[in-house]
Design a protein around this ligand. Structure first.
Ligand code: AMP
Length: 405
């Protein structure tokens, strides 16, 4: 493998989409990014953006992820709108992979052996893992000899101690089926941990945080000395706080009752993953926090209840994690809701004063990008910070391919 790594392509292959970002790693410059959407449908769509220029949208045909990668290659090397002259300029490719189970505790070079191990993990993510793997296979064909690195959403959480990650059911189910908490959004929690340590001017291994990734899918993590001590998602991304369409934590006996009432596993899966959360409680046919807030402010009961439940569960976990850590330097908000919705944050932060948070309500309303939402003298800081999972994947890819150089 070459030690001269300059240009890194980051891919996030979902079931019907392929997100891409091309970086010049020195200076962490984003050269281009975009997404191919509606892969496998009759008509697909490609969004492409060079640097900070306005994005363009083009109808395309993409029958599968291989087609989508060809479209990405064409866009990146386009004589007019492209950013590189030839594909051989791409030195390494980083792939977002949903699940690494206990096998992949860190970003890993994909070889025939490691890729086989990733394939064995398909049962842990039957919807996400096949496209993740498909993206890697397509790149092996399109970019022969270029290293592919798998960056796992679960990897950062692998530092959880057994007493945090195991469920209180007989251990044979852990040994037989791998039933334990794995946690997700690891790349985002990792990015936020590193960036917050830098923001606070502390070494990463001395920073204590509660990181709150709040989007359509949401999770919190307790970070002690830069490492995950606990996180809200579990064996799957269904557990934890109230999400856009997912229930988060419920009494498992509800599932048993639904089975007894005749519902199938697929029906219950659909109910808890796709029809619950803000969507199910709000009753306004939307899982978008903006709609929930608008309707809650207009006095619509369902939306009010959904918003109150959303905030209640987040405050509950922040308090729990603060205690588990033994006190934190900061509580950090990120993700679509965490970064953008001051109204949603305003339902959480004022309730943290007992932890030593001196809330700055004006900053919460006006601040954009990264900054403090607590007064400068606040004992515990509250920070808002945009996440950047793609950049974290590029950094990890660089570290893997230059190891030993
Ligand atoms: P994510 O899954 O991180 O992309 O977050 C998506 C969610 O963020 C959406 O469902 C919205 O509820 C929320 N969101 C995005 N932008 C805003 C905004 N400006 N104000 C309130 N909520 C927002």
């Amino acid at each position: 493998m070459s030690c001269h790594i300059e240009t890194i392509l980051v891919l996030n292959a979902g079931s019907s989409s392929l997100k891409f970002t091309l970086y010049k790693i020195s200076g962490e410059q984003r050269l281009a990014n975009g997404v191919v959407e509606r892969i496998g449908y009759g008509s697909a769509n490609m969004v492409y953006r060079r640097g900070d220029e306005p994005k363009s949208e083009t109808p395309v045909i993409a029958r599968n992820h291989s087609d989508a990668i060809q479209l990405v290659c064409k866009a990146l090397t386009d004589p007019e709108k492209g950013v590189i002259k030839a594909l051989r300029e791409i030195d390494a490719i980083g792939h977002r992979v949903l699940h690494g189970a206990e096998i992949f505790k860190e970003a890993t070079l994909m070889t025939p052996e490691t890729l086989d191990k990733v394939r064995e993990l398909i049962p842990f993510g039957p919807l996400h893992m096949p496209p993740n793997i498909g993206g890697i296979e397509a790149c092996e064909k399109t970019f022969p000899g270029v290293p592919n690195v798998g960056v796992f959403d679960t990897a950062f959480h692998q530092t959880m101690p057994d007493y945090a990650s195991h469920y209180a059911i007989p251990e044979e189910y852990y040994h037989k089926y791998g039933f334990r908490k794995y946690g997700f959004h690891g790349t985002s929690h990792h990015y936020i941990t590193v960036a917050t340590a830098r923001y606070l001017d502390k070494p990463v291994d001395q920073v204590n945080l509660v990181t709150c990734h709040l989007g359509n899918g949401s999770s919190l993590a307790a970070i002690k000395n830069g490492k995950v001590l606990d996180t809200t998602m579990g064996l799957t991304p269904l557990a934890g706080v109230v999400m856009g369409t997912r229930s988060g934590d419920i009494d498992p006996a509800i599932v048993l009752e639904l089975v007894r009432k005749g519902m199938t596993a697929d029906e219950i899966d659909n109910l808890l993953n796709k029809k619950s959360g803000l969507l199910g409680v709000g009753g306004i046919n939307s899982n978008d926090m903006r709609d929930i807030i608008k309707n809650a402010e207009a006095g619509y009961h369902g939306a009010q209840l959904a918003l109150d439940m959303w905030a209640h569960r987040i405050v509950q976990y922040i308090g729990a994690y603060f205690t588990l850590i033994g006190g934190a330097d900061a509580i950090v908000f990120t993700g679509g809701i965490g970064e953008n919705s001051w109204q949603a944050r305003d339902r959480v932060i004022p309730r943290l004063s007992c932890l030593g948070v001196d809330y700055d309500a004006e900053a919460n309303q006006t601040l954009r990008g990264t900054g403090l939402l607590s007064k400068p003298e606040s004992r515990v800081k509250v920070i808002v910070m945009p996440t950047d999972e793609e950049l974290m994947i590029a950094r990890e890819t660089y570290q893997v391919v230059t190891k030993g150089c």
